[in-house]
Design a protein around this ligand. Sequence first.
Ligand code: NAP
Length: 529
Amino acid sequence: MTASAIPDSSPDASPGAAGLDHEVVIIGAGFSGIGAAIALSRIGIRDYVVLERADEVGGTWRQNDYPGLAVDMPTFIYSYPFEMVPDWSRLYAPRDEIKAYADHCVEKYGVAPHLRFGRCVEEVVYDEADNAWEIHLEGGEALRCRYVVSASGLLVEPKMPDIEGIERFEGKLQHSADWDHDYDLSGKRVAVIGTGATAIQIIPAIAERVARLDVYQRTAIWMMGKPDFEIPEAWQRAFRRLPFLQKAIRWLINLFVEITMGMGFIRYRRFPWMFDWLERKLAQSIRDQVDDPEVAERLIPDYSFFCKRPSFSNVYYPTFNLDHVELVTEPIERITKRGVVTRDGREREIDALICATGFSVFDRSCAPNFEVIGCGGLNLGDFWETKRFQAYEGATVPGFPNYFLMMGPYSAAGASYFTMIDTQTRHLTRCLAEARRRDADFVEIRPDAHERNFRKVLRRRADTVLFGGRCETANSYYFDARGDTPGIRPVTGGEHWLRSHLFSLRDYTFERRSRSDPSRQSAGRWEES
Ligand code: NAP
């Protein structure tokens, strides 16, 4: 799907009150942006556009397309609860199926006509006089809207390693998020830097066809096996005929994860034995899978399970039994024209260097990944930098009225990303539906409610493994530069979901700030659902 294939105006694109181009602008067409769009339609808001800097939907599943990429949660929980697909090919579906699912959802739920591709947001500014947001795009285009939904994603800004000499490397250099399928790795000497969730999928996927593979591990990762299998056709037929079956499985998986994560991660201090037991089991499993005991020991992390996001694979560890695969744990000192030099002075020559080195997460460069200027010129990035990352229920920040975050600070809870999206969109639509009920067009979280919410998060996080476990050596992106953990809400996914249905709307200020414009109602900007 390309920008030119999309008509450049939605059914409701006519300018309204205060010269608005649209009632709502959603930034980002990944799963959270698509989820927000569907949720808006469901409460009768059809005058919205989704701005996407790329030329396709799918967010991280569009951007990432490296060998071996598959979802690493059971696919039954990796879909919108209202759009469960009966014909996933495997329990852990490959990347192309997930990307196709995104394409399918935008078509089926009528989001496609609202998509605007190739629109990179640079700055959004709140115009207090008109109670409107101005969205400034790269290239000079601008639009005005009443509400903004920021769904620009968390793992979107690839991070190249800051290693001396990397720019002088003369072989093939690529980041995992920018995979070059035209470059053939067969028979090449390859190095992979990183052993995170991405690397552990790439390494076994390419190992058989390369001449040599050096895996540079700085911090080992805890890894669990995954019960992956092809979903038999009989199951797919059964899911088609009896959709509640798939729902029941989803429910059971979620329940299992909620209980184990709730006890092991969220209530670590009360149940430390759970992760202690798991660590022993996982360490033994590494020893069982890796032939060389010395290599096995180096693959065993020295920090508590889940201080860093664990990963899932059945094929990663056995890769180190191949003669041409080497685990290098000596720190990298520099990169030369021909290879990688480690601190012991040894240079390993290579043809290709793959940086599976992750993404910038919760730092000033990417959160937010465009400038957001609220009331009185308050800059959201500066606010977060000086006052710490925070957002009421992970969704709103005082001083930024009518501005809603999908996956903001302290919003991620539980294992299912789609339950998180459901939670965040429920928060958004409750606020907007309440604004409509009160004939208000100004919605802002009250500072006292926001502060209370933040204090609660800080209190509760003390119970988690992040603050009760041994995380010092984890080098985890769960911790930001000041030691906060805005990537994780210290509650279960179920509790956060419930809160999105129950939080008090009195925590918000609802006002009518704009001159009323009856034509807006008749133009169908707010349709009854
Ligand atoms: P990541 O978890 O941040 O891992 C980056 C890796 O690169 C780490 O091993 C890191 O070492 C290493 N690294 C970074 N800079 C380095 C340097 N200068 N020298 C040596 N090593 C360096 O990134 P990721 O693997 O791309 O995963 C990011 C997230 O994406 C995951 O946590 C997960 O949420 C998501 N993901 C999901 C899937 C899926 O569902 N299928 C797949 C892939 C990723 P340190 O640990 O020492 O920092």
